[in-house]
Design a binder for this molecule. Structure first.
Ligand SMILES: Cc1ncc(COP(=O)(O)O)c(C=O)c1O
Length: 448
């Protein structure tokens, strides 16, 4: 398996050819899932005693398995939060995979860490975090939110042994992503959801004032959102920041989706107050054009995160000599240097290209909202926020949206899924792909 053979050279060329052709597809097939029975019938048993051989395994992937995976970079993939990695970032992902870099410690990955930290610095600067800020690239927003809240709880209990037996408490909003709730479940702490679609400083102040003395002691973080997943709403970070500061509570900002808007001058003002946060996240695998999986997690004071997350062990002592070990800043140890594809693309294209690309998607989202407003049978449910448009078709019920959405996917036209707003089933477009044009949107709207 480890010898370099002729067969492996042929396989090498086939895999590189496939990768490059896949990157160049504009658009790729949108594809669709299959049932386990269909996949069993088509792929059969793939793990065998003797092995299938590389070319046959690759054929199975190309012909059977890949078409059963939806292409999230298709310009008409507007469900959830799509992906739109640059060619440079995807190409570099091949290098990351080929290089066996363990991106955990400075000892093992000084060069990779240096580059990742420069990419994190760009993001920290966009948010107005000071020069001490730093963090780590983790697998996604879910991991980022959890690691930030663990650091927040550590900071709250630091040096206060009387707080240790108390179950922690986090304040967040109804619009926050499910991963905040999941983080509190994993941490075995309580969650208090307050406010309406947009969390404000007043909501947080009122919630804190209403807490009992013991609950006030339990409270260790306010988690707000810069771009809610469903509606794209940016919470009142200025107000929440002031209250958090007055009340000495850690402020975390989940910008997994919307944080990319920091790079867009036209909407930067909406993020004012983010600089007051103690930690924030943004997922480059969403709207910052990096391949999966990549979340930038940044702390204002990374020392606190290090205290919370550093793993201790006799075998690890060699790595603790005052250097920057990425493993210290999140709930992880071994990790791929997953920030490198973003770094490479940033280094290749420069930051202006990123601002332009985010602005372009915003312009398409604005034009989409206009088309919906002018359409006789469609209605915006809320105003267009960031790059999200949520709308209804007059007279449609949940099953109409479901049938339409299924048909679109089955016929390879688009991937748009319904969501709910105040209990009503509606449609939602999330536009993060600079290849999504207003013509693509018009084609989808025409099918409604
Ligand atoms: C606001 C927000 N936070 C967190 C997440 C979770 O991110 P991930 O899926 O990368 O774990 C998402 C995902 O869409 C999100 O939109």
């Amino acid at each position: 398996m480890h010898e370099i053979t002729k067969d492996m050279e042929i396989l090498q060329q086939a895999i590189v050819r496939y990768s490059v052709e896949r990157m160049r597809m504009d658009p790729p097939e949108i594809d669709a899932p299959m049932t386990p029975e269909q996949l069993t019938a088509m792929a059969g048993q793939t793990i065998t005693d003797k092995g299938l051989g590389g070319l046959e395994a690759l054929r199975l992937f190309t012909d059977v398995l890949a078409p059963a995976c939806i292409s999230s970079d298709h310009p008409k993939f507007l469900a959830f939060v799509p992906a739109a990695p640059t060619e440079a970032s995807t190409l570099f992902d091949l290098i990351v995979g080929a290089s066996s870099i363990c991106g955990s410690t400075w000892l093992e990955s000084a060069g990779a860490t240096y580059a990742e930290n420069q990419a994190l610095r760009w993001i920290a600067d966009l948010a107005g975090f000071g020069h001490n800020a730093g963090g780590a690239f983790v697998s996604g927003g879910t991991a980022g939110n959890l690691s930030a809240l663990v650091a927040a709880r550590h900071q709250r209990r630091r040096g206060k042994t009387e707080l240790e037996p108390l179950r922690g408490l986090v304040i967040s909003s109804k619009g926050a992503h499910a991963s905040i709730k999941q983080a509190t479940y994993v941490m075995d702490v309580d969650l208090l959801e307050v406010g309406g679609d947009r969390l404000t400083g007043e909501d947080v102040e009122e919630a804190i004032t209403g807490l009992s003395e013991i609950d006030r002691k339990r409270l260790f973080a306010v988690a707000c959102t810069a771009g809610t997943t469903n509606l794209g709403i940016i919470d009142d970070m200025k107000g929440i920041g002031q209250v958090s500061d007055e009340q000495d509570v850690w402020m975390h900002v989940d910008g997994a989706y919307g944080g990319a808007g920091l790079a867009a001058p036209s909407i930067r003002e909406a993020f004012n107050g983010i600089e007051l946060a103690d930690s924030f996240i943004v997922d480059p695998h969403k709207w910052l054009f990096a391949p999966f999986d990549c979340c930038a997690l940044i702390y204002k004071d990374p020392r606190l995160a290090r205290e919370a997350h550093q793993q201790q062990g006799a075998y690890l002592e060699v790595v603790y000599d005052g250097v920057w070990n990425v493993s210290d800043y999140a709930h992880h140890l071994t990790r791929r240097a997953r920030g490198l594809p973003l770094w490479f693309s940033l280094a290749t294209h420069g930051t202006k290209a990123y601002s332009d690309a985010v602005e372009q998607t915003l312009a398409v989202a604005k034009a989409t909202a206009l088309r919906i407003e002018r359409h006789p049978d469609l209605e915006l449910v809320t105003e267009q926020n960031l790059s999200i448009c949520v709308f209804r078709k007059k007279g449609w019920h949940a099953e109409d949206y479901a049938h339409w959405s299924d048909h679109q996917l089955e016929t390879g036209q688009s991937f748009v899924t319904p969501t709910k707003h105040n209990g009503e089933t509606v449609l939602r477009f999330c536009i993060v792909n600079p290849r999504t044009t207003i013509q693509h949107i018009e084609e989808i709207l025409a099918s409604l």
